[in-house]
Every structure is written in structure tokens, then in C-alpha cells.
Design a protein around this ligand. Structure first.
Ligand code: MN3
Length: 206
């Protein structure tokens, strides 16, 4: 049984950047539904018992039944992506990453401002629903990509990339407060990114 990450902050504590109702709905309804649907599908896939979600998503083609494979892709992706998303937000977030992540950003993008621009542009250009990602490869090099729907870099790069931060640009992530102005949501989100957490994930991924 996969479980939603426990939030270390209250639904209203990311205000005014992310509003309480969006957090309640996003975590309590959308993320909960992905998690339940994933667990439901896995009951019918006993071969996957004991595997981590990363192992499952990297090897989706191991699921023979096309319907179940799609269910695991969409809901397993939704489960994993939101666990990462909610774990990397914090009321004390914002600012810039320090340490080895900070220096790698300077070496790969020139500056944190440049990384922020690249991530924001990727997030703004996703057509329809999807995500923009900051990932690392095994050598610690950072990459910005985007994916449609609930796909993620584990799936697109066969486990060679590990996502360490993602921007959810599904309308359910911002529409209640920002309506059609996705760019404002993206800018606001940077005020609540927990870069210390992202830096830890960067260390663990290498
Ligand atoms: Mn979402």
C-alpha cells in the first residue's frame, strides 16, 4: 500500500502564494484519488508486490495488460509526482539553494535566476496538463524538462534521471486563485519552494 506523504505544514500555511482551498482539494482529493487508484490497480498486479514506486514507473512496460499499464502510468505517476511536489513546499521556503546544489546550478545554468527562468518557461509552455521538472543524472548534472499528464523523468529517461523538484501545471494546482494566469502561479510557487529539501533529494539521488 502506497501512502501519501504526510504534510509538515497546514493547508493554509502557504497563503497567499497557494490558497487553502487549492491545497485541501489538491492533496485531499486529487492526490488521494491517484493514490487510491494506484493501490487498487496494484491489487491486480501481484508481481509488482514489494517494488518501490520508482521501480514500477521505470519499468511500466513490464505490465502486460494495456489497461492496467495506463492506470499505473497515470495514477502511479500522479502518486509519485505529488509526493515529491508536496514534500518540497514549505511556508519557510523561497530564496535560493545553497551548498552543492547551489554550486551545481551555477555551473549548469549560470545562476539561480537563469534556472528559475528556464523552469518557468518550461512550465508555462506545457500545452494542457503536465509538469516541469528539475532532475539530476547520476553524475549530478542538472536538467530541466517537461512532461504531459502525470508522466515524469523516471518514465521518459528510463531511470537515468531522478526528479528533485517539479512544478505541477495542471489547472487544479492553481485555477481557484490564479484562473487562467498560469505564469503568476509559477512565479508565486517559487516563494514556497523548500530548497533545503530539494538539496537533500539532490544528494540522495547521486
Ligand atoms: Mn496536481
Amino acid at each position: 500500500m502506497f501512502e501519501q506523504v504526510k504534510l509538515t505544514y497546514d493547508f493554509n500555511s502557504l497563503e497567499p502564494h497557494i490558497d487553502e482551498l487549492t491545497m485541501q482539494t489538491h492533496y485531499g482529493k486529487h492526490h488521494a484519488a491517484y493514490t487510491n487508484n494506484l493501490n487498487g490497480a496494484l491489487e491486480r498486479l501481484p508481481d509488482l508486490k514489494g517494488k518501490t514506486i520508482e521501480e514500477i514507473l521505470i519499468q511500466l512496460e513490464a505490465i502486460g495488460d494495456p489497461g492496467l499499464r495506463t492506470t499505473v502510468r497515470n495514477n502511479g505517476g500522479g502518486f509519485y509526482n505529488h509526493n515529491l511536489f508536496f514534500a518540497t513546499l514549505s511556508p519557510q521556503g523561497g530564496g535560493e539553494p545553497q551548498g552543492s546544489l547551489g554550486s551545481q546550478i551555477k555551473s549548469d545554468f549560470g545562476s539561480f535566476e537563469e534556472l528559475k527562468k528556464t523552469l518557468s518557461t518550461q512550465a508555462a509552455s506545457v500545452f494542457g496538463s503536465g509538469w516541469a521538472w528539475l532532475s539530476t543524472d547520476k553524475d549530478g548534472k542538472l536538467l530541466v524538462t517537461s512532461t504531459p499528464n502525470q508522466d515524469n523523468p523516471l518514465m521518459t529517461h528510463g531511470g537515468k534521471l531522478t526528479p528533485i523538484f517539479g512544478i505541477d501545471v495542471w489547472e487544479h494546482a492553481y485555477y481557484l486563485k490564479y484562473k487562467n494566469v498560469r505564469a503568476d502561479y509559477i512565479q508565486a510557487l517559487f516563494h514556497v519552494v523548500d530548497w533545503e529539501k530539494v538539496a537533500k533529494l539532490y544528494q540522495q539521488a547521486r
